[in-house]
Design a protein around this ligand. Structure first.
Ligand code: FAD
Length: 436
């Protein structure tokens, strides 16, 4: 490559966001990825049997017009657009989302305790909210916090809520007014209580279809696993033996993977990278010979004795994600190297997952399971634990020093959704072009 060319590491939303700007500015660039496919976390599993799943249910709910336009253009406007039905499952009851605005139908003593504690929390002196556990108590009151989000949070984040900070919450947790809580307890719907109202999704081929035109236009080098970076000579070394020179490099590789690959990385930076915690999602893709598996496309599972944290039903994102008359369920179970390591083979959990889904009413005895597959999504969510901020400062400071530009959910090490990852790739590419 000529010296001014940009090496983009990763072909997910962030890598392609960078590519989108580099292409528009006619800058020479190449995108590398370790996988034999592009798309990173937004790839889709397209089974010969006609079922389609993503790597974790992916829908586009961006309000960013620019990203909406880019994605719509990439599928020539052929996408589904509709409201997203979501609910929760607790003690065998289906509860509309979010629970705090839909208490109606729960045991009356529980409703009384939730509302009393909510009122007490609203009226008390401002309490510390340094940890997520404190924030939950202060925002919702003790009973609600300890019955719902603290239990769910342990399953989803794999650690206890007093180990988490609050800087990731944003719109993810709805903060109701007392009127919202009372209306919900009386069975009245509260509008606008979830950050996703409508979503878009490609009509065919799964979420990955949004990226196809990029993959066709950009120069991609797949099966290129980065194994070393010489920042002095500006060389990238790959597992297949290729060595490539770069003018500038933009990386969306997860930081704990990237840092050990850099020649001469100091011990304190290595140590900081090791402290960055993340979850791994084990995904169970099930194809069933029935469509009406659920009225909602996403369900959150609160009970500790159900190992599944969340399910999404891809055929409700697009009917083309399943053969006619069939439905799909993708169940997510979370682990993390730091707090809850995955021991044994994930396939061994499928029996337990299917039994949970039967118990919870998603699968009936009369259903035939036509497809059963397991996939691992490593680096699913960043865990915003108490180590994160300081460790990230050290890691990012080092990358700035050696001029490795970073972007995306796992380069910025945040909770970016697809649109945010794409935009962060675009912004990073613009910064890089301003410098070379
Ligand atoms: C379960 C789940 C559900 C989600 N649902 C939604 C949703 O509904 N809507 C939404 O907007 N967002 C959703 N997200 C978030 C979304 O997945 C991310 O925002 C987005 O995919 C991040 O893109 P990225 O390019 O930053 O990272 P990635 O897609 O992970 O890209 C990083 C790339 O780096 C490559 N790489 C890693 N190591 C190497 C190496 N050594 N050499 C070469 N290449 C390497 C990887 O193969 C990968 O392609 C979800 C996430 C999860 C985990």
């Amino acid at each position: 490559m000529p010296d001014k060319s940009v090496a983009v590491l990763g072909t997910g939303m962030a890598g392609f966001g960078a590519g989108h700007v580099l292409e528009a500015e006619r800058a020479p660039f190449v995108c590398y990825d370790r996988n034999p496919y592009y798309g990173g976390h937004t790839r889709s599993f397209r089974y010969d049997s006609g079922f389609v799943f993503d790597e974790g249910g992916h829908i586009s709910f961006t309000k960013d017009d620019h990203v909406r336009d880019v994605l719509a253009e990439n599928v020539d406007g052929r996408h589904e657009q509709r409201r997203l039905p979501i609910d929760n499952l607790w003690h065998g009851r289906r509860i509309a989302h979010p629970v705090q605005c839909n208490l109606h139908g729960l045991p009356s003593e529980l409703i009384v305790d939730v509302i009393s504690d909510f009122v007490a929390a609203c009226q008390s002196e401002p309490a510390p909210t340094d940890t997520y556990a404190q924030w939950l108590h202060a925002t919702y009151g003790k009973t609600f916090a300890e019955t719902f989000p603290i239990v769910y949070g342990r399953k989803y984040h794999t650690t206890t809520m007093d180990q988490l900070t609050t800087d990731w919450i944003g719109p993810r947790m709805y903060r109701p007014s007392l009127q919202d809580v009372l209306r919900g307890a009386l069975g009245k719907a509260v509008d606008g209580a979830h950050y996703v109202d409508t979503f878009r999704y490609p009509s065919v081929g799964g979420f990955m279809t949004y990226l196809e035109p990029f993959a066709q236009r950009f120069e991609l080098r797949l099966n290129h696993e980065l194994i070393g970076v010489d920042t002095r000579e500006k060389l990238l070394r790959f597992a297949n033996g290729n060595v490539e020179r770069y003018g500038a490099v933009i990386s969306s590789i997860p930081l704990p993977e990237l840092i050990p690959l850099i020649d001469g990385v100091p011990d304190d930076v290595l140590e900081a990278a090791r402290k960055l915690a993340f979850t791994t999602a084990v995904l169970f893709n099930l194809g069933i010979d029935r469509v009406d598996l659920s009225e909602t496309a996403i369900t959150y599972f609160y009970d500790e004795d159900v190992i599944v944290s969340r399910v999404n039903l891809p055929h409700m994102f697009s009917p083309n994600n399943a053969p006619p008359g069939c439905g799909t369920i993708q169940a997510e179970v979370y682990f993390s190297d730091k707090y809850k390591p995955l021991r044994g083979r994930p396939e061994d959990l499928i029996e337990r997952v299917v039994s949970d889904l039967r118990r919870c009413g998603f699968i009936r005895d009369s259903d035939s399971i036509l497809l059963e597959d397991t996939a691992i999504s490593r680096y699913a969510n960043v865990i915003f634990d108490l180590d994160r901020a300081a460790a990230l400062r050290t890691v990012h400071g080092f990358l700035d020093d050696v001029q490795i530009h970073y972007c995306g959910r796992y380069g910025n090490w945040d909770h970016a959704w697809t649109d945010q990852a794409f935009v962060s790739g675009e912004e990073t590419a613009r910064n890089v072009l301003n410098r070379i």
